[in-house]
Design a protein around this ligand. Sequence first.
Ligand code: G6P
Length: 573
Amino acid sequence: MCGICAYKTKENAVKLAVESLKILEYRGYDSCGISLFKNGKIETIKSLVDIEDLRKKTESISSHLAIGHTRWATHGGVTLKNAHPHLSSSNKIALVHNGIIENYKTLKENLNCAFQSETDSEVLVNLIEKEGGSLIEKVISASKKVEGTFAIAVIENDELVVGKRESPLYVAFCESGVVATSDISAFVGNVKEFYILNDDEFACLNENKIEFFNKNGEKIKKNAEILPKITQNFKIFDKTHMESEIKETKIVLKNTLKEYLNSDILTNLNLPKKIKEIDLIACGTAYHSALMGAEFFKEQGINSHAYVASEFRYGKEILSKNTLYIFVSQSGETADTIACAKLLKEKKMHLLALTNTPNCVLNRVCDNVLPTFAGKEFAVASTKAYCCQVFVLYLFSLFLAQNLQDNIEELIKFTNDFQVQDFDRALLDKIYHYKKIFFVGREKDYITALEASLKLKEISYINSIAISAGELKHGTLALVDESTLIIAISTEENVREKLFSNLEEIRARGGEVILVSNFKSGGFTKVSLSSMCENLMPIVSIIPLQFFALRMCEKLGYNPDKPKNLAKSVTVE
Ligand code: G6P
C-alpha cells in the first residue's frame, strides 16, 4: 500500500532509489516517481507506466539526494498530478507518503494555497511548509496536527527528514551514505544493520550521521538491528513472481520444517498455562489459513475460531485470559490485523504472531512469534506463504496437544514426497471460457474452495464464489445451469459420499463439474491428487488450484503479479 524510499549518498542516490522502488513495487503500482535535489533546486520525475519507465526517464540524472514512491491510489485517481512525490506550493519542499491523512479536508481548508492534486499527501507537504523552524521541527509540528497514518520522507534544500505513524519505515547506513525504506528487503547499497522507527519517531538523515527524535522534538537513542537473511529469495526464477513462488512451495515447506525441528522456536514460546480456546485473526488469504488452523486445533481438542480482522476489531467478542489469540499475516503489516493485536495487547491478552517477515510490526506487538520460512513473497496473490501458514498451524496444533514427536516422521515424509502440480493444460483449454465458476467442498475442502476462489478473482477477474457443498441447495443451486463450471474439492474421506451426492445434484441441472481429488472420480472429470497425510491434503489440493488461477489469468492476457485495484501490503484500514 505505497512504498517509499530515500537516499542521501556519495554515489548516485537516484539510481539507488530506482532499485529500491523496483523491490517496493509489490506495495502498489498505480504510478511511481522520484524527487531529487540538484543545482540548488528540486527536480521531480514521475511515471504512470512502471518502474522500468521511471528508470529510463532518470538514467541520465544524478544526485546525492533522492526520495522515491510507488503508489496504490487512495485519495485521487491514477494521474500524473496525483502521483508522488508532491511539492509544496513554493516548490521548495518535496514529500513522499505512505498512509492516510484522515483530517486532510479540514487541514486543506485552513491552508489557503493552490493545490495541484486531489491527494491528502499534498496537504501534508503544504502543512509542513507553513510550520516554522528547521525541516525536522516543521515535520514534527505538522505531524501533531495530523490525524491518520504516515510514513514520510521529506526534502528541503540539502536536508532529508523521515518520520512515521502506523505505516512502516526503516532507516540504515549503506555503503555510501544513508537510506530509509518501507521494507527492509528494499535496502540497496550493502546494508548490514538497520533501525526501526516506532510510531511518532522522526530522523534527520545525513551521509554519515542519523539523528533520531521523538514527537516532542527531543533527541533519542536507538539500537541497530542486524539485517536478517530472510530478505534473500529462493532460487526459482520463472516468468512471473507468482509462478516462481508456487514452484518454491516444496523448498519452503522443507525449509520451514527444518527450522522448527532444529530450533527452540516452539519450546521458547511463552504461552498461557491453560489454553481453553484459540482464536485466529487475519485478512485475505491469511484468514483462510486461520480457518484451516481452527480446524487443526479443534481436531486436537482445543476449541477454536477464526475471525476476519476488520470485523473483529469493531465486534463484540468476549475476551478471555485463557484464550490464545493468533494473528496470521504474511507481511506482518496489515492495518486491520495490527489494530486487533494492539487492541488485545491493551487488554493484556495472550498474543502470538504467525508471520513471514522478521522484524515486522505485528511481531513487535505480540508476545510470541511463530515464523514461516517462505522467503520474500512478491506476487500480490499469496501462494507459498499460505501453504507455509497452514503447515505451521498444523505443526503447532500437534505441539500443543503433545503429539508433535509422534508425527515428526510423517511431517518429514510429507515434505519429501510433496510435489508441486500444475493444472492440466488440455483440461484448461476446455474450460477457460467459463465466466461463472463456483468452488465447492466440505469441511477443510470448503476452506480450500474459499482460497481457490479468492485466487481466481484476484488475478483473472472472473466472478467466482466458494460455497460449502451442503449449502448449495439452500439457494445457490438456483444459479446453476450449462454456463456454470463447478470445481469440487474432495480430500475428506468422512464426507466424500455426501459431496458426491451434491455433485450429482449439480450435474442434473446442467453444470459442468471438475473434481480435484485423491479419491475415485465417480464419473466426473478429475484433477488427480496424490494421497498424502490427510490433514495436510489442503496444501496438496490448493497447488493445482493456484495454478488454475494463474493459467486462467495468463490465457486472458493479464499480469498475475500486478492485479488491478489490489496491493500486497494493505497498510490502510
Ligand atoms: C492483501 C494481499 C493478500 C493477503 C492479504 C493479507 O489483500 O493481496 O494476498 O492475503 O492482504 O495480507 P497479510 O500480509 O496480512 O497476510
